[in-house]
Design a protein around this ligand. Structure first.
Ligand code: NAD
Length: 248
């Protein structure tokens, strides 16, 4: 198991779903975890789970779409070695049904949130000449989907940020990568599908024969956060059971 002992990891949107599991997995590997979410009770619950498992956790809260709040909250954190930009939102909509406000919120949560989180934490990382940034892309941002084009567009932007930041920050030893999950069993996924649709999807479309589990994504995040991935930067790691195999 990769060790993250002595590292501090900020995970945005860690009140439930993938972010919660990232917290548990990174703490299990020795990282001290900063659990962030807009939902304070949920973040406290995640921190409680981490502590119960023997890990170290503290909680911060802010709306990831609010740049002033990001600056105030994350600017006061002190050393952060690992940043996992995970906070997200999703709505299954056709283009005609997406309002300007919904489009803006989708871009703000995913793109603006990650951008200003990194802008805030970067000066300290540069000064310490190191750090790992792990963004959350999506198979749909790489391959597209027949609904949710605002979500696909936001996730495609994450690919661009990942590659640009990898080049921009490399002189300071800061590595930037992304995980790109397929369909993973979280509340976000369940909201949009019936049990029958989920079974059907797994059996017919995912070669490995099941949907992803949060642990599948967290293990990839832990690897990218570790020193074992020190020669990897600017890459997008798909974790999807073979459902989406992106061409060479
Ligand atoms: N679940 C999947 O199948 C899947 C697939 C591909 C990518 N992803 C991505 O993985 C990430 C996590 O997904 P999930 O399934 O765990 O989602 P989720 O909805 O279960 O959790 C998202 C978390 O982000 C927080 N959040 C949302 N808006 C916020 C805001 N404005 N400020 C602060 N926090 C906010 C929520 O409170 C929630 O705790 C997202 O970026 C998502 O797009 C998920």
């Amino acid at each position: 198991m990769t060790s993250l002992a002595g590292k501090t990891a900020l995970i945005t949107g860690a009140g439930r779903g993938l972010g919660r599991q990232h917290g548990l997995t990174l703490a299990e590997r020795g990282a001290s975890v900063i659990v962030h979410d807009i939902a304070g009770d949920a973040a406290e619950e995640t921190a409680g789970m981490i502590r119960k498992a023997g890990g170290e956790a503290r909680v911060v809260g802010c709306d990831i779409t609010d740049v002033a709040a990001i600056k105030e909250t994350f600017g006061a954190l002190g050393t952060v070695d690992i940043v996992v930009n995970n906070a997200g939102t999703h709505e299954a909509r056709l283009i005609e049904a997406i309002s300007a406000a919904e489009f803006k919120n989708m871009m703000d949560v995913h793109v603006k949130g990650a951008f200003f989180t990194v802008q805030t934490l970067l000066p300290d990382m540069k000064e310490r000449r190191g750090g790992k940034i792990i963004n959350t892309a999506s198979a749909w941002g790489q391959c597209g989907w027949h609904t949710d084009s605002h979500y696909c567009g936001a996730k495609a932007a994450i690919l661009g940020l990942t590659k640009a930041w990898a080049k921009e920050f490399a002189p300071w030893g800061i590595r930037v990568n992304a995980v790109s999950p397929g369909v993973v069993m979280t509340e976000m996924t369940r909201l949009n599908r019936t049990d029958e649709e989920i079974r059907d999807l797994a059996e017919k479309h995912i070669p490995i024969g099941r949907l992803g589990l949060p642990e599948d994504i967290s293990n990839a995040v832990a690897y990218l956060a570790s020193s074992e991935a020190d020669f990897i930067t600017g890459q997008v790691l798909p974790v999807n059971g073979g459902e989406f195999i992106v061409g060479i």
